[in-house]
Design a binder for this molecule. Structure first.
Ligand code: GUE
Length: 297
């Protein structure tokens, strides 16, 4: 039997576990504050930022919502980041990606105060993660670790195959899988668009993480019996629905389900976990900056 991994439920459990930490920080006069900055040409971005704001509201995290027109010069965005960096009331800063083409995302990431970098994308935080002493783990791969943990799926000694080498998912996921730490100790292969005979590699996986951004790129024929499939893709594809699209993953769900022992759905799998870990990092950021020990789940 294939088990459907309920990311929505696991994320809800995490949020309720974070509630106590938010409450105790608020009681001591340090209610966590997350600033989101939206300057994105992607129509999905607005939805995602709105979801993050709602999550904050539910937990009592203060959410600041800054929106910039996509035609503004990059300097406007940098000014906003500088102000948020200097604002002691702001604990976490997230600049939604993608940013417009005339803005260099690398410069954006390097500009954010690393202590407020709740995405974990600043080179200092990336470096710490790779070196084995992470400060803020990037939300999606961290969320995947929490999903596996909640499902009782051991990574130690397993063959993990990550398909995709992005800065936000593939690379940090692989780095977490190889850490000498819970949720790590996996033998890890990173595959990507230039990988020869991809299916040969993916068939070796005990745990497969699909993060290519290509709809239904991985199908059941590429998988071995019993694999755990984590589908990171959230692709909007044209469809005859009210919204004019439907969401599909990077995995062809039906054929993959026939092979998998457990699989995440899209929606309702990794996405909610990514959002929960953003709240986690925001709470952690408040604790670190205020010098308060917070108990994190
Ligand atoms: N600086 C930055 N940090 C990010 O973390 C970041 C970003 N930029 N840019 C865009 C991506 C995308 N992303 C999502 C997170 C959760 C869902 C999510 O919860 N999706 C729901 C469904 C959403 C729907 O119905 O459209 C689900 O999978 O169940 C989606 C997308 C975070 N991102």
């Amino acid at each position: 039997m294939t088990e459907l991994i309920d990311g929505e439920e696991i994320a809800a459990d995490l949020r309720s576990e974070l509630q106590a930490a938010v409450d105790s920080l608020a009681d001591s006069g340090h209610r966590p504050t997350l600033a989101t900055v939206l300057m994105s040409p992607d129509p999905a971005s607005e939805t995602y930022v709105a979801m993050k704001q709602n999550d904050c509201e539910e937990l009592g995290i203060d959410a600041r919502d800054i929106e910039l027109d996509v035609d503004e010069p990059a300097s406007e965005l940098f000014d906003v980041i500088d102000e948020l960096n200097d604002d002691d009331d702001v604990d976490g800063i997230l600049v939604q990606s993608p940013v417009p083409e005339h803005v260099d995302y690398r410069e954006v990431l390097e500009r954010i105060d690393p202590m407020k970098d709740v995405d974990g994308f600043h080179p200092e935080n990336v470096g710490r993660l790779v070196a084995g002493y992470p400060r803020y783990k990037p939300c999606t791969p961290h969320g995947i670790q929490k999903l596996l943990e909640a499902e009782g799926i051991e990574t130690e000694g397993k063959d993990a195959v990550v398909v995709g080498r992005s800065r936000i998912v593939g690379k940090p996921m692989a780095n977490l899988f190889i850490q000498k730490a819970p949720g790590g100790n996996a033998t890890t292969t990173i595959c990507h668009s230039r990988t020869d005979d991809l299916a040969e590699k993916t068939r070796d996986a005990d745990i497969l993480v699909a993060a290519t951004g290509i709809p239904e790129f991985i199908d059941g024929s590429m998988l071995s019996e019993g694999v755990v499939v984590i589908d990171v893709g959230i692709n909007r594809v044209d469809a005859d629905t009210d919204k004019g699209y439907e969401l599909v993953g990077d995995v062809e769900f039906d054929s993959a389900s026939e092979k998998a022992s457990a699989i995440t759905p899209v929606p309702g799998g990794v996405g909610p976990m990514t959002r929960a870990m953003l709240l986690y990092n925001t709470v952690k950021a408040t604790g670190l900056q205020e010098g308060i020990d917070v108990a994190l789940p």
